[in-house]
Design a protein around this ligand. Structure first.
Ligand SMILES: CC(C)(COP(=O)(O)OP(=O)(O)OC[C@H]1O[C@@H](n2cnc3c(N)ncnc32)[C@H](O)[C@@H]1OP(=O)(O)O)[C@@H](O)C(=O)NCCC(=O)NCCS
Length: 141
């Protein structure tokens, strides 16, 4: 399936970003709304994956401190390379901003996805929104 990755501010992309994250995190994964909308969105850079017709399929954000978060792809469009392309876009943005390291809180089911992209687990398991996570990091050479 063809898709494109688009860079976005929160203000520009808000409607589409909210739609994806509500479907994936709030509805599918039962993340409480007050945790999902954590106040980090305004200052973050966002990326949206869109189908050819513009329909929003997935998203990710990079915070000013170099944290990657909220990677999500609609269930109907998974395992087609969209998540990986979003992660690469956020990493390229971090490099362009001169960040030396990026980090993330990976849901434990996704650690191998991030390891394949060069991230390493750097700590133990902890709960966030009731979901087990591991801290992961990647040095940007
Ligand atoms: C995790 C997620 C973003 C992956 O998106 P995706 O578009 O399906 O991933 P891709 O198609 O780009 O997968 C890239 C590679 O990772 C693998 N992969 C995908 N999801 C994986 C997972 N959960 N665990 C391990 N490997 C995974 C794919 O098989 C693929 O391997 P390949 O390159 O050898 O073919 C998606 O499953 C999702 O939105 N899940 C729900 C929200 C979530 O858990 N987000 C992560 C928060 S930490």
């Amino acid at each position: 399936m063809d898709f494109r990755i688009e860079r976005s501010s929160w203000q520009e992309g808000r409607q589409d970003l909210e739609r994806i994250r509500k479907e994936v995190f709030v509805q599918e994964q039962r993340v409480p709304e007050d945790m999902e909308w954590d106040g980090e969105d305004e200052a973050s850079i966002h990326f949206l994956a869109r189908a050819d017709d513009g329909y929003p399929l997935g998203c990710i954000r990079l915070t000013p401190s170099g944290q990657i978060s909220r990677l999500s792809v609609l269930e109907s469009h998974r395992t087609q390379g969209i998540g990986k392309a979003l992660l690469v876009a956020a990493e390229e943005e971090a490099r362009a901003r001169g960040m030396k390291e990026i980090s993330l809180h990976a849901q434990t089911h996704a650690t191998s996805f991030y390891e394949a992209a060069g991230f390493t687990v750097v700590g133990g398991t902890f709960l966030e929104a009731g979901i087990p996570h591991r801290q992961m990091a990647k040095e940007l050479a």
